[in-house]
Structures are given as C-alpha cells and as structure tokens.
Design a protein around this ligand. Structure first.
Ligand code: MF3
Ligand code: CO
Length: 290
C-alpha cells in the first residue's frame, strides 16, 4: 500500500486530508495486523458513493427475486425462472451477473432439493410439489454488483425440508447479529455454524461467500465454519455475502461431471441456502440485497 502523507488527500476519495480522515483508522487496522489478524486492503473498503451504487444494484436484485416469488409454481421449468430473471433484470436496467461468468450459460442459478448450488436452469427440470428450490440472483447495475438468494417451497413439503429451509434462513439472521465493525468474519461464521449444528444440520465447508461490489466475487473467501476471533477483520465499508449452504445430512458435496457446475450433497439429502449482500457500517450492518 502506498504511503499517504498526513496532509495528502485521503485514499478514500473524501477530499479530506488524510490526517483528518482515515489516518486513525489505518493505525487501528495496522494494530490488528500486527496482532496477526487478516485485515482488508483499501480496495475492499467501499466509499459511501460506492455503497450507494451497490445499494441501487441490490434494489434491482431484490425486485427480481420478488418477481420470481410471485410467479414460481409447480409445473414450471427452471428455464422459465431463468427467462423471468433475465427479462426483469434487463427491464430494470441491469445485467444478470451469472450470464457468461466463467462460462456459466444462464442468468440465474436454480438448485433443487439435494442440489446444493450452481444449478443450471433447464427446460427439462420441472418444479414438483414438495420441492425446495434455491433461486440465486446476482445483478450488475451501473457498474456495481449485488448478490442474494432465497429458498422457495413448492406447495407442501415434508416437515424436515421445511425445517431445513427455516433453519438456513435463521442462520443468516444469527450471522447478521455478529456483523459489527472491529469484529471478525469468524464471529459471524461461528454463530451460523452453531445454529446449524444445534438443529442437527451441517454447513458446507468447501464453498463459501465472498467480498462483492466492484466485482462479482472479490476477496476474501468467506467461510461459515470458522471459529470466532479468526478470519478477516470487519470494518466500516466492507461489503460481503452471507450465504451458508446448510445440509440436512453430511457436509460432503460433489460437482456434477456432466455440466461441470451443479453441486450436490454426497448423501443425497436435501440442502438449503439463503444469501444476503451486507455492508459493515459504523455501528453494525446494512443489508444491501436479500
Ligand atoms: N451467485 C453465486 C454466489 O452466490 C455465484 C454463482 S456463479 C455462477 O456467489 F456462475 F454460477 F453464476
Ligand atoms: Co454469492
């Protein structure tokens, strides 16, 4: 990181002198770093203008998921969900971020029952009564990315799947309670993991969340099984996703060889996931997409 002189303009773009802006903040960061903690680089700390941009992107993401919620039903193909997402996103002036991302062929991920994440929508996959389905929407809007996902229960399902969907959502709430400046991502993870375990479920270890905002996936990798007091320090302006995958059985997963994307539980038991994009604020957090 280039050394900023105390009378230079602050690196955050506020226009204020460094000594009156982020100098004390940087000293605090440095102290955590010297204690051996991971701290975010300046690029991971968004300005208020950038947060405003991500917030606007998040509004599109939320509206698209609301639109899916209105239309999703038994008998519908996941390809139809893809069409809803793409048309609504474009109507609102956004671009679906998954489309073409590392070769992903569609605009949204749709993952049903034992499918953990990254399901590719298809004309051949028809939603059935009792299915639980994750719809994961990500938007690029005016240069800013947002990412959130929800679970949908198609008609009536089993009490076990219903509990899984509920607990996965509660895991997000437990995690959010721990999002505060000068605490650690591990504080959030431990709360998420504990809630899953207490309910007899497991959290996927090999796939996690990410920083987000100027890119779809930014540093750091966000893990949901790390202990409190570990992983990156959360500071105001840091934006990331909470998106734990909660499995009814074992945490073990595999990737579908045929399409190279779909992730499934090894034991065939169901999996559920909700996702939020969250910003760390001066006092706690702000949800930018849900
Ligand atoms: N939306 C997923 C996430 O939460 C990313 C999917 S990548 C894609 O990070 F290419 F599959 F869309
Ligand atoms: Co994500």
């Amino acid at each position: 990181m280039a050394k900023v002189e105390r009378n230079d303009p602050c690196w955050c773009g506020s226009g204020k002198k460094y000594k009156k802006c982020h100098a004390a903040f940087d000293d605090k960061l440095k102290a955590f770093e010297l204690q051996g903690h991971m701290v975010p680089d300046h690029e991971l700390i968004k300005t208020p203008e950038q947060i405003a941009g991500i917030r606007e992107s998040g509004k599109v993401n939320i509206a698209v998921l609301d639109y899916v919620a209105e239309h999703i039903r038994a008998g519908m193909s996941t390809e139809e969900i893809d069409r809803l997402v793409e048309s609504k996103t474009r109507e609102l002036g956004g671009i679906p971020a998954p489309l073409g991302y590392e070769g992903f062929p569609k605009s949204v991920c749709t993952s049903i029952n034992d499918q953990v994440c990254h399901g590719i929508p298809s004309e051949d996959i028809i939603l059935q009564e009792g299915d639980i389905v994750n719809v994961d929407v990500s938007t690029l809007y005016n240069g800013f990315y947002s990412d959130s996902s929800r679970m949908f229960i198609i008609g009536q399902t089993t009490p076990e799947k219903e509990k899984l969907v509920r607990v996965a959502k509660e895991c997000i709430e437990k995690g959010l309670e721990q999002v505060k400046p000068w605490q650690f991502l591990g504080d959030m993870s431990e709360a998420v993991n504990r809630h899953a375990q207490e309910n007899g479920f497991s959290i996927v270890v090999d796939i996690g969340g990410h920083g987000i905002g100027l890119e779809f996936h930014e540093e750091p990798y966000v893990c949901y099984v790390a202990p409190a007091g570990t992983e990156m320090l959360m500071v105001p302006g840091f934006v990331f996703t909470i998106e734990p995958m909660v499995n009814a059985g074992t945490e073990d997963i595999y990737i579908d060889d045929n399409d190279g994307w779909g992730v499934y539980t090894e034991d065939g038991m169901p999996s559920a996931q909700w996702e939020v994009t969250v910003a760390v604020t001066e006092t706690g957090y702000e949800i930018l997409a849900y």
